[in-house]
Ligand binder design. Structure first.
Ligand SMILES: NC(=O)c1ccc[n+]([C@@H]2O[C@H](COP(=O)([O-])OP(=O)(O)OC[C@H]3O[C@@H](n4cnc5c(N)ncnc54)[C@H](OP(=O)(O)O)[C@@H]3O)[C@@H](O)[C@H]2O)c1
Length: 288
């Protein structure tokens, strides 16, 4: 099994429960088992997934499987407050007060039944955040062995810079794929490279599989996929893996055959001209 600091595919659990597939405990357990058997050991959560219900469902599935804690890694996120049954708030907002961070991590650990969190991320940057107080809470949690690595999600280069003046950042989880490559041009990836922040790329297939067959990018990806005798999702992941920093694609699929296709991305490398060809087709114009 790869360690948390070694780049690997990450299974995103956002759509496993109420927000998508509504898997039963047995189905979740079977999926976790299949993923582990296929070399995927890192699971991405957030307190909010399934309206604050998916972490606990995952925890129950893991307990049902009787899986040893050292056989998998957990990433989870906190900070979003969404009105509903589980949160007494009228307005969607961010909450990063010291006590909220501590309580939220304890709640996630208990729901996930996982003893510690391998990577804790702040879900979205907040204009009201006091970085010094956040880092104080994070350091307390690290010292108590509740979390191992600290990271952020959806942070831009400026926001990373501010947080970096208080602490190291292990991960930035951002949307990045051929169909949304803003982070490559707005300085976010450059800042991450400068400070050794690893990339967790959520939605790594972008909206490719929702586009029609005549779409320029779909055709281009198919062409390269044909050359390497793989599927289009393999090429989408392979394109991300060429970036010169550690890349952890966070996929959402629960279909093991699709996941196996994504894993083939680790068996070869598209060349530089192919990389730029795909990017040109995605952007609709050649680079300047
Ligand atoms: N940090 C953040 O702010 C943030 C935001 C959004 C998501 N995330 C993380 O990123 C993960 C992935 O995001 P996502 O679920 O939006 O992305 P995704 O990888 O695009 O998956 C979305 C869904 O697309 C379906 N799908 C349909 N056709 C497909 C095909 N041909 N190939 C692959 N998938 C296909 C999958 O269903 P099947 O199961 O049937 O394959 C899956 O449920 C989430 O689970 C979450 O962990 C993080």
């Amino acid at each position: 099994m790869k360690k948390t600091d070694e780049p690997q595919l990450v299974s995103g659990c956002m759509r496993w429960g109420k927000w998508g597939k509504q898997l039963s405990k047995e189905q979740m357990a079977s999926l976790i088992n299949d993923l582990i058997e296929n070399g995927i050991h890192f699971f991405d959560h957030a307190d909010i997934y399934g309206e604050y219900t998916t972490e606990a469902e995952f925890g129950n599935a893991v307990k049902y499987l009787g899986m040893a804690r050292q056989n998998y890694h957990i990433c989870t996120k906190l900070g979003l407050q969404i009105p509903g049954e589980k949160r007494r708030t009228n307005i969607k907002h961010y909450q990063y007060d010291h006590d909220h961070i501590i309580n939220s991590v304890n709640s996630s650990i208990s729901k996930l039944d996982c003893e510690h969190i391998d990577a804790l991320l702040l879900h979205r940057p907040s204009p009201l955040m006091n970085e010094m107080k956040v880092v104080q809470a994070i350091n307390e949690l690290k010292k108590a062995g509740r979390i191992r690595l600290f990271g952020v999600s959806n942070w831009n280069a400026f926001q990373l810079e501010t947080m970096l003046s208080y602490t190291d950042i292990a991960f930035n989880q951002i949307e990045l794929s051929l169909t949304n490559s803003n982070a490559l041009e707005n300085g976010t990836i450059d800042k991450m490279k400068e400070f050794g922040i690893k990339l967790m790329a959520w939605k790594p297939l972008g909206d490719l599989y929702q586009r029609n067959k005549d779409d320029k990018l779909v055709k281009a990806v198919d062409l390269i996929a044909y050359k390497y005798q793989v599927s289009s999702s393999t090429i989408m992941i392979n394109w991300l893996l060429q970036l010169p920093l550690p890349v952890y694609p966070v996929f959402g699929s629960t279909n093991i055959e699709r996941i196996k296709e994504m894993q083939k991305a680790y068996t070869f490398n598209i060349n530089r001209e192919e990389w730029f060809y795909l990017w040109e087709m995605a952007r609709g114009k050649e680079v300047d």
